[in-house]
Design a protein around this ligand. Structure first.
Ligand SMILES: [Zn+2]
Length: 509
């Protein structure tokens, strides 16, 4: 007992020393950075011969290494205007003065713009970590590196404003209701025009709104069969062409709010985001004062049928489908699942609701293969086919490979509903219990849940839907017992070139 207490005490002392060391190191690094900038300032004013001081300062302080690094002599200087790479920044460092970000403030000008650019004009004023464009931020980096894009290029936003008015809604100023997108993101270039033009701050929108037509072969059949009526406004003609308002949204995470949704602390979230992205965003660790993160992930698109103002009107009915991307089915017609048929059904029902004077909305999330991606998805497909999958084992294969059944974690999904001003859903065109629970938990009631009609389920997709129903998906039909589920079987490889099976023999030994 005594020895355990004394070893606890010793461990505490070590921990305290480490914490003190960490604080000292941070202050030291910050001081070095400040001194370096003074030296640079003097050099730029001609008071010091440039070069030797900078070099000696850097070389005498090994501690500089974690903060900055020098580019090779042949590296073009143009990209950042200086040869120095800023690896990370610290609060209180010379010149660091983030533009105020008061998340949830109802006045967009007081709330402040999302500023994430690392352009030399803006880098010290940033109030967000990450980059614009979600996963496409990497292509931006590639375009700059390959000199296809001048890093000084600033977008010309003339005539790009939303063609329809959306909001503002009271939900926009509730810091707990919207935590994964910027509610003012579609207005940024106009709300902060002066800051961009006069202040030279690089501010970009994270939401864009447009209007378009949509043409799907199934909807032509819907018109032909009389399920869908041509009204000339929403359903435009006999080919089933639809008029639609579309909203593209890139993710903007307010880290304290995201952490709270997942029931974890902000530090744990920041550390995991840093460590499990290959250490990509050091400021997640060093800049606790910056609360926003633009993650390199896909966003979402809203497809609204009928008058967009009706989405938030509590006096008319709303039909809604929340759809997570399944490229193989949605675009390329795979029959292994019910994704495209359910998506088409969702669009058709949304259109009908809008034609009845209500509102119809389909929201499309880029969360391919339950947010596990297509590589994992195809591995799961193979594992199911090699073993001739039974519906009762459906989720086990995913778990064996990915470690989880599903990584979509619907906790952040309802943000878009709050943003659209939706306060209730009359007809939810989804069977997912996870989506249902996440929406209801956010205080948005769902009055009716509409499953996919049986006749729209492809034969091979039966396994998927039965397994999902058994796991808790909503149905108005029968919930199968384990015994019955054991009789539902997916297609094996017999319809596939058997030569691939030899690979299986080798790989499984
Ligand atoms: Zn699918």
């Amino acid at each position: 007992m005594t020895s355990s207490t004394s070893s606890d005490g010793t461990l505490n002392k070590i921990l305290q020393s480490l914490q003190k060391f960490q604080v000292d190191h941070s202050q030291f690094a910050s001081s070095i950075e400040t001194m370096k900038e003074w030296v640079e300032l003097l050099a730029s004013q001609g008071n010091l011969p440039n070069g030797p001081q900078e070099a000696s300062l850097a070389s005498e302080n090994a501690e500089m290494a974690p903060i900055t690094a020098k580019l090779g002599a042949d590296t073009p200087r143009k990209a950042s205007g200086t040869s120095r790479i800023i690896l990370t920044t610290y609060p209180g460092q010379s010149g660091i003065s983030p533009i105020v970000m008061d998340w949830g403030n109802p006045d967009p000008l007081k709330r402040g713009p999302v500023v994430v650019s690392r352009h030399p004009d803006t880098v010290k004023r940033r109030n967000a970590i990450g980059a614009h464009g979600g996963s496409y931020s990497i292509y931006y980096a590639l375009a700059v590196a390959s000199k296809n894009l001048d890093v000084d290029h600033r977008p010309d936003f003339t005539n790009t404003e939303p063609p329809v008015n959306l909001g503002p809604f009271p939900q926009w100023s509730d810091p707990k209701k919207i935590v994964s997108m910027d509610p003012w993101g579609h207005r940024a270039p106009w709300d902060f025009h002066d800051m961009i033009k006069k202040g030279g701050v690089d501010i970009r929108p994270t939401i864009a709104v447009t209007r378009a037509h949509m043409k799907l072969p199934e909807l032509k059949q819907s018109v032909e069969s009389g399920r869908l009526k041509v009204d000339g406004k929403i359903c435009l003609n006999e080919s089933g062409e639809l008029a639609v308002t579309k909203v593209a949204v890139e993710p903007v995470w307010y880290l304290p709010g995201v952490a709270e949704r997942f029931g974890i602390d902000e530090g744990t979230l920041r550390r995991s985001l840093f460590e499990n992205t290959g250490g990509s965003y050091p400021e997640l660790i060093t800049r606790g004062d910056i609360k926003l993160f633009l993650p390199p992930i896909g966003g979402l698109t809203v497809y609204c049928f009928g008058d967009p103002a009706k989405m938030s009107d509590p006096n008319v009915k709303l039909a809604l489908r929340v759809h997570d991307e399944c490229n193989g089915s949605d675009v390329f017609g795979s029959d292994i699942c019910t994704c495209r048929p359910y998506l088409i059904f969702g669009i058709e029902e949304a259109v009908k609701e809008a034609q009845r004077g209500g509102s119809g909305v389909v929201i499309y999330f880029r969360k391919e293969g339950r947010a596990l991606g297509e590589v994992t998805k195809y591995l799961v497909y193979n594992a199911r086919k090699y073993c001739r999958l039974w519906a009762s084992e459906y989720f086990k294969r995913t778990e064996n490979i990915a470690g989880v059944k599903d990584m979509r974690f619907q906790a952040l999904m309802p943000d878009i509903l709050h943003w659209l001003g939706i306060t209730k859903i009359d007809r939810m065109l989804s069977m997912s219990n996870m989506k249902h629970d996440a929406i209801v938990e956010q205080g948005i009631p769902i009055h009716e849940r509409v499953p996919i009609p049986d006749e729209l389920i492809p034969e091979d997709g039966r396994v998927e839907i039965d397994a999902k129903i058994h796991a808790g998906y909503f149905t108005t039909g029968k919930i199968m017992t384990m015994e019955e589920l054991n009789k539902v079987q997916g297609r094996a490889w017999e319809d596939v070139d058997v030569s691939v099976l030899s690979f299986s023999m080798i790989s499984t030994g």
